[in-house]
Design a protein. Structure first.
Length: 147
């Protein structure tokens, strides 16, 4: 039964691609580049790319750079997040080290990384960021400067 199921799924996927406006013929894209906000480097975090096929792919930001693979070519929506870096101090709760007390509920101390800065919350999602890029099939060099 498994042998029959796989070819049927492949045919179903091919049929759906043919019916999709963007189709599957646009090919896959990869991209790499710098990530900034108003020209200021975003040193770490993550990017979420949503291709014209609706599939989302996550890429990691490391030292202000990213690389992403397998995105559907075309107009791609992008979101970015850069959570507060680890402070080296426990977060909520006690991690199994005893009852939660006032210290466990204290606000987080300032981040250790002086280059970190908060981004507007609307940038977290590709649907709300308003940020798009054109990715051609194959490799792309695209610097992302969020506003």
């Amino acid at each position: 039964m498994t042998r029959l199921l796989c070819p049927r799924l492949i045919l179903l996927a091919a049929g759906l691609c043919a019916l999709t406006p963007a189709g599957c013929s646009g090919g896959k894209a990869s991209a790499q580049g710098k990530v900034t906000f108003n020209g200021r480097t975003i040193k770490s975090g993550s990017l979420l790319f949503t291709g014209p096929d609706g599939n989302a792919i996550i890429a990691t930001i490391s030292e202000g750079r990213y690389a992403v693979y397998g995105v559907a070519a075309g107009t791609v929506k992008v979101g970015v997040s850069n959570p507060l870096p680890s402070t080296g101090v426990g977060g909520r709760g006690t991690g199994g080290r005893g009852p939660a007390g006032p210290a466990a509920q204290a606000p987080a101390p300032a981040p250790k990384d002086p280059d970190w800065f908060a981004l507007p919350e609307k940038l977290n999602s590709p649907e709300t960021s308003g940020f798009t890029v054109e990715m051609k099939s194959g490799a792309n060099d695209i610097d992302l400067d969020f506003k």
